[in-house]
Write a protein that binds this ligand. Structure first.
Ligand code: ADP
Length: 487
């Protein structure tokens, strides 16, 4: 069954039941009260009749007395204990009551009886008759009029229920349509997306704060996200295959050269093996970086522990000196020298090292002079409202900064933001040929920084040099997950 039909059916059935139950209760209460009232009325009327009859003169014939007290629609009867010598008078419309069997009642009785499919109030009052015997004065009065009123009430209540169901039926229909319309639109859009392979959006209804509007808005924003992720993935795959094609072509051409002439030309052999080896290493590095970028933070297995920044920096300095014979000068902020415990922060040692390595390696690749590593403390601004008040500087939260300064080729201002994009290289042809860079280093460094709650920024002047500034919090609280645009 369709959702719309279900909503329509359930709301209509529910309201119909509600109306019927309410009206049934109203009817039962009203009819019970009316019948009780009729019974009490006939009862008090019988008592009054009995009193009057007792007080009436002995000479008045009993039949005349009865005629005087017979109800408009009913019967009055005097019943002796023996059940014989019954005197009765019936109204013109109720003569059939005379056939009703006679029964002497010892006790005062008042009840509603059914005789020949008609209901009556029957009241029997025992009295001492003028001859000294106990007799019953019995009045039987028809409830025809009351029943007619009750029948009219039943019809009115049924008509009211029927009329009340019309708006309920219509509103169920409208409600079903209102709820179903956005769902049907989403389903149709999804079908279109599947058929056409294009990301599509819903036409938004006028702004409101209801859940259906929210659902449509969420669907559209989800489509935006999916489309942008899809585009990024597409771009990423095409970039990656493009980037890998170049080293593969170099390897292939050198391998062909070796195959053809390698045996006769030992000089060619040396050059080819060297080129194949360096391209293979570059491909390996690029693949590793690509894999890491493609992974989610949860798969990085971050381990936050106390890490001494000075020790980390010194180790890298030694490694660069050994591997590249590049001198790296260390500078430490006097505040850090005074308080060496500030050099220890809570972070992931491996990831910090990887970030520093990328920045140092860039400084090495794009400069030929000495490189400087500067360790400083960056006091964060005190919270607003406390401005002007004297405050203990130790209480102000601070970041640790690692500044890597080179005096190399620098980065033109226009490229400063773009260098964090995947595969972006300034002056691509020259840089790639000279340094073998992949354009992924800074992208990866920024991703790691985000994961550690740190930040990286570059200050650079073309032709003069670059400073890469890594700002680390005292304690790294890894982000719960990467945002969609962190690529
Ligand atoms: P790559 O592997 O090419 O170095 P990166 O993402 O690390 O990739 O850097 C992107 C580009 O930014 C580099 O190709 C280079 O043009 C520029 N760049 C990065 N660091 C420096 C620097 N210290 N000096 C000059 N240019 C730099």
């Amino acid at each position: 069954m369709k959702l719309r039909t279900k909503i329509h059916l359930y709301s209509s059935v529910l309201f119909a039941l509600l109306f019927l139950t309410t009206n049934l209760i109203v009817y039962i209460v009203f009819s019970t009260m009316t019948l009780q009232q009729q019974q009490s009325r006939v009862e008090s009327q019988t008592n009054k009749t009995a009193d009057n009859m007792r007080q009436s003169s002995v000479d008045t014939p009993a039949a005349d007395l009865l005629r005087a007290y017979v109800p408009i629609e009913g019967m009055i009867r005097i019943v002796r204990e023996t059940g014989s010598n019954t005197l009765l008078v019936t109204s013109a419309a109720q003569q059939q009551l005379a056939q009703r069997p006679v029964k002497y009642m010892e006790e005062r009785t008042a009840e509603i009886i059914t005789y020949e499919q008609q209901r009556y109030v029957f009241v029997s009052v025992p009295v001492i008759w003028n001859d000294g015997q106990v007799v019953d004065i019995q009045i039987t009065e028809s409830l025809r009029q009351t029943e007619e009123y009750l029948r009219a009430l039943r019809i009115v209540l049924l008509i009211v229920t029927g009329l009340a169901m019309i708006p309920v039926f219509l509103s169920g229909h409208v409600l079903g349509r209102i709820i179903i319309r956005p769902i049907a639109a989403i389903t149709a859009t999804m079908r279109d997306i599947r058929r056409s392979g294009q990301f599509q959006r819903l036409t938004m209804p006028p702004a409101s704060s209801d859940e259906l509007y929210e659902m449509s808005a969420t669907f559209n924003s989800m489509m935006d996200l999916l489309e942008s992720n899809y585009d990024k993935q597409k771009q990423f795959v095409s970039n990656a295959s493009h980037e890998l094609r170049t080293p593969l072509t170099i390897i292939e051409s050198y391998a062909s050269l070796l195959k053809r002439r390698g045996r006769d030309r030992p000089d060619l052999f040396e050059e080819s093996v060297e080129a194949i080896h360096s391209e293979a290493i570059r491909m390996k590095e690029m693949t590793e970086q690509l894999l890491m970028l493609a992974r989610h933070e949860e798969q990085w297995n971050l381990t936050v522990e106390p890490v001494n920044l000075l020790e980390q920096a010194q180790q890298l300095v030694r490694e660069f000196d050994t591997a590249y014979h590049r001198r790296i000068e260390m500078r430490i902020d006097p505040e850090l020298e005074k308080q060496p415990e500030l050099l220890v922060i809570q972070t992931d040692a491996g990831k910090l090292r990887q970030m520093m390595f990328i920045l140092l390696d860039n400084a090495r690749k794009y400069s030929s002079d000495d490189i400087i590593i500067e360790l400083t403390v960056e006091h964060l601004l005190p919270p607003s409202g406390s401005a002007g008040k004297t405050q203990n500087t130790a209480a102000i939260p601070s970041n640790r900064c690692i500044k890597i300064i080179d005096h190399g080729i620098g980065i033109p201002a226009a490229d400063l933001d773009k260098v964090f994009d995947r595969f972006y290289r300034v002056d691509e042809a020259r840089v790639r040929q000279d340094t073998g860079g992949s354009g992924l280093g800074l992208t990866l460094a920024r991703r790691i920084a985000e994961a550690l709650g740190a930040s990286i920024r570059l200050e650079s002047t073309a032709g003069q040099g670059t400073s890469a500034i890594l700002s680390l919090p005292e304690t790294s609280a890894p982000l719960p997950s990467f945002s969609a645009n962190s690529n």
